[in-house]
Design a protein around this ligand. Structure first.
Ligand code: SF4
Length: 181
């Protein structure tokens, strides 16, 4: 058990997430990313830096993003400062982590296998999280991406929107620095 967050709480939070609208009508609300992050934080921080990655969705990149796309590594951020991703890339690299911007969930799964990623902080909207829960087993050992098991930390995007989206960038920086929240 980490920080008072039990296995049962994580399993229930994941299991009931697709029913969140119904539960909210009954007055039951919970923050899935907070429960997941709290539960996995200690394990996440114990993974060697080189096997950790920040994996951001393409919806966060700027309108006039000049980055090229690589089939191997996704969107290659050049740290142009037209969106928040460049600063995150610099911070991740400073910590010895890998950094990627991914165009899709399928690409992310292949990336994790190719790059030996054992822990990843990613951003997603509720819709993508629900889709992920339906297609990818997540339990108290981590997220099972095909043959690999990845220890997650999650940041919610501000909206369900594939363009000009936003996240709590300061929260993401705290996760990368290994600060508690
Ligand atoms: S900082 Fe990176 S991701 Fe953002 S617009 Fe510039 S090149 Fe694109």
């Amino acid at each position: 058990m980490t920080q008072g967050c039990s296995r049962l709480k994580v399993i229930s939070a994941v299991f009931f997430f697709p029913l969140r609208a119904f539960l909210a009508r009954l007055g039951i609300r919970y923050d899935l990313s907070f429960i997941i992050n709290n539960y996995y934080q200690e394990k996440f921080n114990s993974i060697p830096a080189a096997q950790k990655a920040v994996i951001l969705p393409h919806c966060l990149i700027g309108d006039k993003c000049p980055a090229h796309f690589s089939k191997e590594d996704g969107i290659l951020c050049s740290k142009c400062k037209k969106c928040g991703c460049g600063e995150i890339r610099a911070l991740a690299e400073e910590q010895g982590w890998q950094f990627y911007i991914t165009p899709s969930t399928g690409f992310t799964k292949r990336l994790v296998q190719r790059k030996t990623i054992r822990a990843a902080v990613g951003a997603a909207c509720n819709f993508e999280i629900e889709k992920g829960i339906r297609s990818t087993p997540i339990n108290t050992k981590g997220v099972h991406l095909q043959r690999e098991k990845v220890i997650p930390q999650i940041i919610l995007t501000a909206r369900y929107d594939c363009l000009n989206n936003d996240i709590d960038w300061e929260h993401l920086k705290r996760i990368i620095r290994g600060e508690t929240f």
